[in-house]
Ligand binder design. Structure first.
Ligand code: MIC
Ligand code: SF4
Length: 645
């Protein structure tokens, strides 16, 4: 029986478990990446494990999220990460060098290798045939220490691409179409594998846009084959030597199949406030817009920027619109400067931002009140832009640029025929902003620079024999990590300080939550389906841990967040009968009697007694041998420390 590309790579990296779909497997990790907003915590955790040098083939620490530096905190964190990297064998991509996923694709990604990153958009690497997965910081720390990374052996969805994208229809429209069909929870437990004749018509940056935003499906990851086009891209990055040809066997068996005819696609947009709320640009109509932001790890490649410059050439940004552009990396920005495209953008009135995440994570450029903002990003969750009532639409760079000029939502196809855009034969290569680590023999000479904002990891304790706690919060479906642990310019600088950041936990939903939870001492959160979708930020588990949350009881979880809860020693529970959700109210007192004993005994169905109503509720707590031990130990850090003894 033939294998899918996903199965081939996973099988070659399998170190624990069996390749049985739905069961937990441990895989060897070849490469890791971190970014600064999750990185400080990941490196504190790495330090706590006491492994002197990373054991991966390549680990890279990027600074790209917290670049506003409105106070000492971010700069201190950058110096901390830089010093840890230098000492422990990690390459350090300095601020200004670009967004982690864009730079990793350009300079480090290798087809057929495994990569985990403390950022949910790590699947960008799937654009060159990697199994690249977003994970919590602690999982990345363990992988740097040589430990396996554990996932549920995924189902594999075949997305067969046929035809060729018409003029002005973009890779972004492909992933928006997939989101429209599968929804933000349709990818949970699955890898999305692209194949078919249409693949050959897509360049690596286009493929990377598609795998990047596969994160919004809730998928474990997405992957393209590694072919001649991959080879050309790596050659242009002067890395042809790392290329290998990779594809699924012709008789591979998939769990689901989708066919997308590229020729039939049209410009699309994800409307507020969810990436799967997709409509065509024509359907939306020529509504007036206030802001356009072009960039982010989804759409900031040279190719994207050249298309934008082409549209802006000789035109002026509409008087009622603010246009911000952040090229994805120093390489992209520098090439735009050299070939004159940057000058075209400046001439048109674009506000050029540094090569970083910027507005995508609410680091500046928040839109005006009720402002309509078109962004080439991947997430439009409520409030994420920094303006609570901002109306964010996710679009391609082509739609963004055409609309910025027109002042209204515009279909770029109205611009006439699109010229052919080609990737350069050689990119401008200069890795001078990537600092290599010192040799192992010199590591003692490196001092770790720890600023006062860096506070230790919150204390954890082994699972109690019973849990008797009140419900401190009840929320609905599709709660994102941006609800649980908001980001933005004010809160992001606190990422290294769990006591301080916890004061903002869930405040988007309920301002009183942090003080109420603290007062209750220990408590439980109740939620709906797809709880914790979005970011990999483990702060969405660590802040609740700090606030005394013992269990989270929901209809269903998003993958990374569930793993982060387990890593933090918080019990992840799901309703056996979803209707029981209605029988719990905020303030009810819930009891899980002898929970430790039952979990030790391997029981996955547990009983919660609602002391307030007297009702018995059946819940599932599905833990494998390893996750069971982690929960019993009080979290992954304690478990790993025990294991290393
Ligand atoms: C995001 O896009 O939400 C982030 C910010 O990149 C996060 C990571 C974080 O919260 O630091 C992600 O996607 O994992
Ligand atoms: Fe940065 Fe936005 Fe990409 Fe997250 S989604 S890594 S914030 S650019």
């Amino acid at each position: 029986m033939g294998l899918t590309l996903t199965e081939k790579i996973l099988k070659a990296h399998l170190v624990d478990g069996e390749m049985v779909k739905g069961q937990e497997i441990g895989i060897k990790i070849d490469q890791t990446l971190t970014q600064d907003a999750t990185g400080t915590m990941a490196y504190l955790e790495y330090e706590a494990m006491g492994v002197p040098r990373v054991k991966t083939e390549r680990s890279v620490a990027y600074i790209d999220h917290n670049t506003l530096q409105n106070g000492f905190e971010n700069a201190d964190d950058h110096r901390f990460i830089g010093s840890v990297a230098k000492k422990h064998g990690i390459y350090f991509s300095r601020p200004g060098n670009g967004i982690c996923h864009q730079v990793h694709l350009e300079r480090f990604g290798i087809p057929g290798k495994t990569l985990i990153g403390s950022d949910s958009h790590t699947p960008t690497g799937g654009g060159i045939g990697m199994i690249a997965i977003g994970a919590g910081g602690l999982d990345v720390a363990v992988a740097m220490g040589g430990g396996a990374y554990y996932i549920t052996c995924p189902k594999v969805v075949k997305v067969e691409l046929t035809g060729k994208l018409p003029s002005w229809v973009a890779a972004k429209d492909v992933i928006l179409e997939v989101l429209k069909r599968m929804s933000v929870k349709g990818g949970v437990g699955k890898v999305i594998e692209y194949c078919g004749e249409g693949v050959k018509t897509l360049s690596v940056p286009e493929r990377a846009t598609i795998t990047n935003m596969g994160a919004e499906l809730g998928a474990t990851t997405s992957i393209f084959p590694s072919d001649e086009i991959t080879k050309e891209f790596l050659k242009a990055q002067q890395r042809e030597d790392v290329w290998t040809e990779l594809s699924a066997d012709s008789d591979a068996i998939y769990d689901e199949e989708i066919v997308i005819n590229l020729s039939e696609l049209e410009p699309l947009a994800a409307c507020p406030h969810s990436p799967d709320n997709v409509k065509s640009v024509k359907e939306i109509g020529k509504i007036k817009i206030d802001q356009v932001c072009i960039g982010s790890c989804t759409n900031s490649s040279l190719m994207d920027m050249l298309k934008v410059a082409h549209i802006l050439k000789g035109r002026t940004v509409h008087p009622d619109v603010s246009l911000a552009i952040a090229p994805g990396s120093k390489q992209v920005l520098n090439m735009l400067a050299e070939n004159g495209a940057l000058s075209i953008m400046i001439d048109a009135g674009a506000r050029i931002l540094e090569s970083a995440c910027g507005p995508c994570i609410g680091m500046g450029q928040s839109p005006n009140s009720k402002g309509i903002s078109l962004r080439t990003f991947n997430r439009n969750f409520e409030g994420r832009s920094g303006t609570k009532d901002g109306q964010i639409y996710l679009v391609s760079p082509e739609v963004a640029a055409a609309s910025a000029v027109a002042g209204v939502f515009s279909d770029p196809r109205d611009l006439g025929d699109m010229p052919e855009f080609k990737l350069p034969e050689v990119f401008k290569i200069n890795d001078n902003m990537i600092v290599p680590p010192v040799a192992e023999a010199d590591m003692d000479s490196v001092e770790i620079l720890r600023g006062p904002n860096i506070k230790p990891f919150p204390t954890t304790s082994p699972l109690d024999s019973s849990i008797d706690a009140g419900v401190s919060l009840k929320v609905g479906d599709n709660i994102t990590t941006d609800h649980i642990m908001p980001a933005g310019a004010k809160i992001l600088p606190l990422r290294s300080n769990i006591p301080a950041i916890s004061q903002h936990c869930f405040t988007i939903c309920d301002e009183q939550f942090p003080s109420r939870a603290k007062e209750m001492g220990k408590s439980i959160i109740v939620g709906g389906s797809n709880y914790g979708q979005g970011s990999s930020r483990e702060h969405a588990a660590l802040a609740p841990l700090y606030l005394g949350i013992k269990a989270v009881l929901v209809k269903s979880f998003a993958r990374i967040h569930r793993a982060n809860l387990i890593n933090a020693g918080i019990l992840p529970l799901t309703f056996v009968n979803e209707a029981d959700y209605d029988d719990i109210s905020q303030g009810d007192q819930l009891v899980l009697d002898n929970v430790r004993g039952e979990i030790e005994a391997g029981k996955s169905e547990l009983t919660v007694i609602n002391k307030t109503t007297g009702k018995e509720i059946k819940v599932m707590c599905e833990l494998s041998g390893r996750t069971k031990d982690i929960i019993l130990a009080g979290g992954l850090l304690d478990y790993t420390r025990e294991a290393l003894k």
